[in-house]
Design a protein around this ligand. Structure first.
Ligand code: ATP
Ligand code: MG
Length: 201
């Protein structure tokens, strides 16, 4: 059976922490492909200023183009309205019902799982694979995993890695403060961020 993952995010900007869990996901879950899914309008970030979807999309494109098993989708960007994970998963399950679908997230998403729309549908449509993330200890993650597994009667996969301590929010803050972020971004993404003067204010 073909196994594919979906990796959703605002990717504003995509950074090495994302790429690290993406590589780990492909290896550990033995995925044929991992689809990067930049969100159009994420419900939990409606009040915040976001970079144009076309720019976030292009940055992801540049970051992943060398890796054969990484794919980029504009499904959420081209659909107007809020991006809901359950809708995305419904769509991909409909067009590829024989694929085994995974949804890849960092630990913060598991902790906030109850704020997602239609969690039951999400867990019916895919296997949720959660990666450790700095700021969330293992016990806390495992407790949330247990609670969700019991409540929805579905297995959740926890992948314990040594994650990079970085977020898009940190990167934007560092840029505003004039700090060097070159270690946290793929080289070509870093160059474009500099060239376009992104995230300076
Ligand atoms: P922001 O600060 O804007 O929330 P972010 O760095 O959290 O940015 P998102 O686009 O929100 O990036 O995240 C997309 C996905 O990547 C989420 O599932 C998130 O948990 C995961 N993720 C992001 N950074 C890391 C990291 N350093 N380690 C593990 N998972 C991460
Ligand atoms: Mg985030």
């Amino acid at each position: 059976m073909v196994k594919k993952g979906i990796f959703g995010g605002t990717f504003d900007p995509i950074h090495n922490g994302h790429l690290y869990i993406a590589h780990e996901a492909v290896e550990r879950l033995n995925l044929d492909f991992l689809i990067f899914m930049p969100s159009g309008n994420p419900p939990h970030k409606t009040g915040r200023k976001k970079t144009d979807a076309s720019i976030r999309y292009e940055l992801v494109n540049m970051a992943i183009k060398e890796e054969k098993r990484f794919i980029l989708s504009n499904f959420e960007i081209r659909n107007k309205g809020l991006s809901y994970t359950y809708k995305t998963l419904e769509y991909f399950n409909t067009i590829e019902p024989d694929t085994e679908w995974y949804f890849v997230t960092g630990a913060d998403c598991l902790i906030e799982l109850e704020s997602w729309k239609s969690v039951d549908r999400i867990l019916n449509l895919c296997k949720l694979a959660v990666f450790s993330r700095p700021g969330y200890n293992k016990e806390e993650i495992l407790i949330h995993k247990e609670i969700a597994q019991k409540k929805y009667n579905k297995e959740i996969i926890f992948l314990d890695i040594n994650p990079l301590n970085i977020s898009s929010t940190d990167i934007k803050k560092m840029i505003r403060e004039g700090k060097d972020v070159s270690l946290f971004l793929p080289k070509n993404v870093y160059n474009i961020v500099l060239e376009l003067g992104l995230y300076k204010e």
